[in-house]
Design a protein around this ligand. Structure first.
Ligand SMILES: C=C(O[C@H]1C=CC=C(C(=O)O)[C@@H]1O)C(=O)O
Length: 388
């Protein structure tokens, strides 16, 4: 049997009952997995660890739910992992010193008209709720940060074309991980720039991604915004909290390399403060041990974390499910990669929920945090606006 080309895999994805597509930011590794060999619903870290230890021959894909809140919405959003019956791995090949980039699949468009967003509803009370949280941060010196999210509800004219969705992701979001998980009529999509943890051959890699600003419309404006972000007190503080917490939490699991000053991570719509954190994982420790220890980092939860989780529950109007959660892949040998389910949406037929959050500190301005969440919804909005 010939190895199918990527378009065939995308068509298989659209036709499958259960499927996954997972790609790294450079798109040098792209996975497609189809149909269920084994699955687990609502597994927490321990349950998935145990389920995994029973053995699997193929990689496992899926995600955890963010916290202990359950959503009545769906099975998928309450946490779902599956071992596909078939997994295809498309990898860039090193051909005698020349790195051959894998060509991205392209279908000849047969459509005449793009899908349309016919209704949009935002949570307009969000800034008021955020102001209350800012007030309580101002009066409690021991509470530093909480990441609060909001939803946007959309109605589409027609159901999503999944072949077009994967192709548009590849075209529009070159610097992010892609994760598309399909379970019957439910689909969760993320174009996230944020890695929670990758483990390979005893090496662990994570990163702090927190602190954001928009992209400029010209190279000059873009550089000015980048400089502003690198010198902005609120964003630097927000970022420092995340780095310090990750380093502290990893101390007994890994021997970390030296941590550098924050750099910049750019996606087409937004730029972030970014600090990669790497090291040697202690023997006997696994990807899931590290993920359990780190989640939720203060880039998705807050400081102190227990307080932040209560504020999230009180302030947000929905259970997060896979939004802001560890999602990704675990290899049969226990290595793998989990990323964070942000810049994401949840689709059932023609109804779409977009999610975005922002780090709230005492010095935050509710209105500018609202704008930041709108910016973080842009990747999914732009995807939907261009779907066949
Ligand atoms: C919660 C989100 O972003 C987090 C990740 C990166 C930067 C963030 C920030 O600058 O606020 C957030 O902590 C989201 O995109 O929905």
């Amino acid at each position: 049997m010939n190895f199918p080309n990527e378009l065939v895999l995308q068509e298989q994805f659209a036709a499958a009952k259960v499927a996954v597509y997972f790609a790294n930011p450079a798109k040098t590794t792209r996975y497609y997995g189809f149909e269920v060999k084994k699955e687990i619903f609502e597994g927490d870290f321990q349950a998935v660890q145990q389920w995994r230890a029973e053995g699997h021959t193929n990689p496992i894909f899926g995600g955890f739910k963010f916290d202990n809140q359950k959503t009545a919405l769906s099975k998928l959003m309450n946490g779902y992992f599956f071992e596909p019956q078939t997994v295809y791995e498309l990898v860039t090949k090193q051909v005698y010193g020349i790195k051959q980039k894998l060509p991205l699949a392209k279908s000849t468009p047969t459509y005449k008209q793009k899908n349309q967003i016919i209704q949009q509803r935002d949570e307009t009370t969000w800034p008021n709720r955020i102001n209350r949280v800012i007030d309580s941060l101002l009066t409690q010196a021991d509470k530093q940060k909480v990441v609060l999210g909001r939803q946007r509800l959309l109605q589409l004219a027609t159901e999503i074309n999944l072949v077009s969705l994967i192709q548009q992701l590849q075209e529009q979001q070159p610097n992010s991980y892609h994760f598309v998980l399909k379970y019957y009529d439910e689909v969760f999509v993320s174009a996230t720039p944020e890695r929670l943890v990758a483990v390979k051959d005893g090496q662990v890699a994570t990163a702090a991604v927190a602190g954001s600003i928009k992209r400029g419309t010209t190279p000059l404006e873009d550089t000015k915004l980048q400089t502003a972000l690198l010198n902005d007190h609120k964003n630097l503080q927000e970022h420092t909290y995340v780095v310090a917490t990750i380093v502290k939490k990893l101390a007994h699991l890994a021997k970390l390399d030296t941590i550098s000053q924050p750099g910049i991570l750019k996606t087409p719509q937004i730029q972030h403060l970014y600090t990669p954190i790497t090291g040697n994982l202690k023997a006997t420790k696994t990807l899931l041990d590290v993920a359990q220890r780190l989640h939720p980092t203060p880039a998705l939860g807050g400081i102190p974390v227990e307080w932040a989780l209560v504020i999230i529950k009180e302030t947000e109007t929905f259970a997060r499910g896979l939004f802001a959660s560890p999602i990704g892949m675990i290899m049969p040998n226990g290595d793998g990669e989990l990323v964070i389910g942000i810049r994401s949406m949840y689709v059932v037929a023609k109804t779409v929920r977009l999610f975005a959050g922002a780090g709230i500190l005492a010095e935050s301005q509710a209105q500018s945090e609202y704008q930041e969440t709108a910016l973080k919804m842009e990747p999914m909005m732009s995807l939907l606006e261009n779907l066949a």
